[in-house]
Design a protein around this ligand. Structure first.
Ligand SMILES: *Cc1c(COP(=O)(O)O)cnc(C)c1O
Length: 412
């Protein structure tokens, strides 16, 4: 076994770094599941999760599960067998959610798309307009498809649905986007938002979170898909035990409380700005590397590139798996691999969650070291471009920032 010293970098697009504060918050004894202080903590988390989803009208459901479970939780509550669903293909994750829907007996119509561009909302409008009988129950949209590194325009998809007067629910996978980029559930007319603990929320893997708006809760009353653990009905009753359909994931809730405190200390706006700044630095660096021809951005349109993850394609003859394994095993930096049809053809740099400049520079440096080690051609100067990008962004923020809390303005 190889001896490893120092702290490695977790630069996968989930799970992300769990802050020490969050880990430490978990280091305490279990409590009586009806302990009033604990129930109060749970209620405060549910209230604060609404703020993160930017919803006043939504109901929050927290499950002991991962993102896949949260997908299933959302569908089990609004679907009946035979329901029609519309799924714009965004990348690997729209396919994953589609497969859950198919397993529930839904009839899925997919809008095909290459994995290199965001879905054109006009195609969603077109598909819904063609549904004269208005049988499509819901549109399933992935906000940030983590496989391809592209963030969709959720609001534009909502407008597309409304533009043809279709009653379909809008269900959005925010697993990679929540706490990373702006997501406004109420303002954007999202009926169901699905998320998980281990990405932008900075909590260890293990919680699935679903926010359901009034139209979705209404749909749940008549939907007939089999459900018990996932059922919103019992969970809407106030007792803590029912909220979780059994014993609460106490330590995960301690972690969630701490993570939410950290989120509000920094402020959502500052969090989004920090992600933008770090993502810009990654992109500036990768742009330089790609000049040598062995690497390229998966997302063709720069405006669609995700602020949480960058997917980098490798040219024929470059072993993306070896690259990722070398970065992890030799240089202690875990990257994401290519998923689905990008398997073996891409790697991904996660830049979401509890992350700062030296961490992102460490990751980029480890990737560049890996490229050098494996003799993969890259244009030199990427790290320098990232450094300049970060310095300029901080300077600009310091010049304009109002004196509010958060790491950007604190510099001023
Ligand atoms: C990570 C991710 C998932 C899957 O979440 P798991 O917790 O691994 O089940 C689904 N959708 C998106 C967009 C993701 O980023």
């Amino acid at each position: 076994m190889q001896v490893k010293r120092g702290r490695g970098f977790l630069s996968t697009p989930g799970p992300t770094n769990v802050p020490d504060r969050v880990l430490n918050a978990m280091h305490r004894p279990a409590v009586d599941l009806n302990d009033p202080d604990f129930l109060e903590l749970v209620n405060s988390c549910f209230d604060d999760l609404k703020k993160v989803f930017q919803t006043k009208n939504g109901e929050i459901f927290v499950y002991i599960t991962n993102g896949h479970g949260a997908w299933e939780a959302a569908l089990a509550n609004v679907l009946s067998a035979g329901d029609k669903l519309l799924v714009p293909e965004t990348g690997n994750f729209s396919g994953g959610w589609r497969d859950v829907a198919t397993a529930f007996g839904a009839s899925v119509q997919e809008i095909p798309n290459d994995w290199r561009r965001a879905m054109d909302p006009a195609k969603v409008a077109e598909a819904l307009a063609a549904d004269k009988a208005q049988e499509i129950k819901a549109v399933l949209l992935v906000h940030t498809d983590t496989a391809v590194g592209i963030t969709a325009d959720v609001q534009a998809v909502r407008k597309a649905i409304d533009s043809v007067g279709h009653p379909a629910l809008l269900m959005v996978d925010t697993i990679a986007s929540l706490g990373t980029v702006d997501f406004r559930m109420d303002e954007w007319g999202v009926d169901v938002a699905v998320s998980a603990s281990q990405k932008g929320l900075m909590v260890p893997p293990g919680l699935g979170v679903v926010a359901a708006g009034p139209r979705a809760v209404e749909a749940h009353r008549t939907a007939t898909a089999p459900r018990r653990y996932w059922d919103w009905g019992a969970r809407l009753q106030s007792e803590g035990y029912r909220k979780f359909c059994g014993t609460a994931p106490e330590h995960h809730m301690f972690a969630m409380r701490e993570a939410l405190d950290m989120i509000f200390e920094e402020g959502l706006e500052n969090i989004f700005r920090r992600h933008q700044m770090l993502a810009d630095a990654v992109r500036d660096c990768v742009s330089v590397w790609t000049e040598a021809g062995a690497l390229s951005f998966n997302a063709i349109n720069p405006a669609e590139r995700s602020n949480g993850v960058t997917t980098i394609l490798t040219a024929e003859g470059v072993d993306a798996v070896l690259l990722r394994e070398t970065a992890r095993d030799v240089f202690q930096t875990a990257l994401g691999g290519g998923l689905g049809k990008l398997q073996g053809k891409a790697f991904r740099i996660g830049h979401m969650g509890d992350l700062n400049e030296p961490m992102i520079l460490g990751t980029l440096s480890a990737v560049e070291t890996t490229l050098a080690y494996l003799d993969i051609p890259y244009q030199r100067g990427g790290i320098d471009a990232a450094i300049r990008s970060l310095a300029e962004a901080r300077k600009k923020a310091a010049a304009v920032a109002a004196p509010v809390a958060g790491p950007i303005s604190r510099v001023a």
